[in-house]
Structures are given as structure tokens and as C-alpha cells.
Design a protein around this ligand. Sequence first.
Ligand code: NAD
Length: 300
Amino acid sequence: MKVLICDATAQAALDMISEAGIEVVNKPDITPEELLEEIAEYDAMVVRSRTKVRKPVIDAATKLKAIVRGGVGLDNIDVKYAGTKGIQVLNTPSASTAAVAELAIGYIFALARNIPQMTTSMGDGEWAKKSFSGTEIAGKVLGLVGIGRIGQSTGQKANALGMTAIAYDPFVDEADGIELVESLNDLLARADYISLHVPYTKETHNILDANAFAKMKDGVNIINCGRGGTIDEDALFDAIKSGKVAGAALDVYTEEPSMGHKLYTLDQVIGSPHIGAGTVEAKARVGTEVAKNVINALKG
Ligand code: NAD
């Protein structure tokens, strides 16, 4: 039995799979063309978000029993079509929860105290003590759009820091210690910080658009460590320019990779290149779960 590793995966995971008697072929930079040519040889494949597994790959994968995604989002895989071919699609849903929630909390602090902007200023040789005035996060309302694993974890950490976490999620009836609001409009009207933790779907496409920004409190801060495509980025740009939005912290973008994004011409925007799950601990957990998924799928 053979598994193809298509995206960077922890060595410990590859060792676990080999020790279970499954041959591991590690090609973390495989191109779409190479993947199409080679996939017929494999019983399982491991991907993160880089490798796209659509109909042509699935059609070519005549022996494939499992597609294992290290991470949560399955938007790079045609899950329905894989199902019609009897191919299991497995992910590692909980492994990155703490890492993403901690990044979202880190961004709340960074936005409140202008930490990245002050670092840049110090690097420029300035001592701009009077230019930077921060705010405290205690007593502020954090509005969570989506209250699944990461939304819950972010909300609980925020509550522990003295914030009041509220959430909008039409698919959830109860959230531990977090008030659920009736509608997105309720959340927009009350939140000082809005943090997105929803998958990208037809309903969440540009869920924060110009109309939504108009309903927010003046000086609101926006955080997106969820999925790209959930914020209308042009509308966010305008809302920052107009002063409606005080700042935004982004880990995910409508188009990725995103280089030279116009939002980064604004001092109020801080962010990262989709590294929400990029902690040592989360990578290790993802690796272990990936290995278990491959072994279970191929060896029962
Ligand atoms: P989850 O499935 O546990 O939670 C998602 C929640 O969104 C669910 O409770 C669901 O009911 C809710 N939801 C769906 N549609 C909605 C809508 N229209 N309005 C409001 N709520 C809606 O997922 P999770 O593990 O909490 O992950 C949340 C997001 O974070 C996912 O999109 C995932 O891909 C992303 N993520 C990002 C990174 C990163 O590196 N930045 C890492 C891991 C996960």
C-alpha cells in the first residue's frame, strides 16, 4: 500500500505511517500536472490546502481509498465527487483549534495597542510616544460570526480576559458561556471587535459587505482568521478609509496566495499569510491525526 504526501506534513506523521507498513512517497511540492500523472499508483493521498483535488485528479485516482486533509477546511477537495467513487475524505478538525483561537486573541491585543505599527515605527528610528494611543480590551464586546470549535475557543478566552463574547450562528442553539444573538444585525450593532470563524459557503460569501459595515459601531475592529471570501475586501478598504472601521487583522484572503494586497497600503491593516494553524503544537497534532486517518483508512 502506498500513500502520496502532496503538501508539507510533519516527519513524525510520515514515520508513523511507514511503521504501520504503508509506503510513504513524500512530494510536498508536487505540481498539478505531476499529481495527475502519478495518482493512479496510490491508495491514499495527504493534502493540506495547497493541493487541489478536483474531478480530473479523482478520475485519474483509480486505486485511491482515502484523501486525508491535514487541517479543517475541505474547500480544496471535491468531497461529493470523491464520495461517488467510494473515496473517503478525512480531515483533522480539532487539531488547529487552539492555534487559530490564540491568533485571533493575539490580533485583538495587537489592534487595541497598535503593536505592529509601533514596532515598525521603532524600526524606523522613531520614538513616537505621542502618536500611539491604545485602548483596553476589558469591557469590550467581541462579536463572533460562527461559533463552532474555533469560535467557542476564541470566545471563552476573550471572556476570561474581561471581554463579553457574543455570537451569531444560525446552526447552533447553545454555546457555553457565550450569548447567542438572533441575527447578524444584532451582532453588528453591538460588537467592538468582530471575528469571523465561518467556513466559506454561498451564505458566508462576503458576509461582511458594505451593507454590513454600515450597520457596525463606529471604530469597530475586524478580525478574520477563518476563510477568505467572507469579507468584501473593497468594502473593507472603503470602511477603513472612511474611519468606520478602526482596524483590521487578516490571516485569510479572497485570493491566496495574496501578495501586494491593496489593504496593506493602509496603516490600520495588520495580518499574516494564512498561518492560523502554524504553531509547533498544532502541526504536531495535525501530523498525528493525519497518520491515524491514513492508517485507519488503509488498514481498518
Ligand atoms: P466549525 O465547523 O467547528 O465551525 C464553523 C461554524 O460556522 C459552525 O458552527 C457553523 O454552524 C457556522 N456557520 C456556518 N455557516 C454560517 C453562517 N452563514 N453564519 C454564521 N455561522 C455559520 O469549524 P472551526 O473548526 O471552528 O473552523 C472555523 C473556520 O476556521 C473554518 O472556515 C476553517 O476552515 C477555518 N480555519 C482557519 C485556519 C487558519 O489557518 N486561518 C485554520 C483552521 C481552520
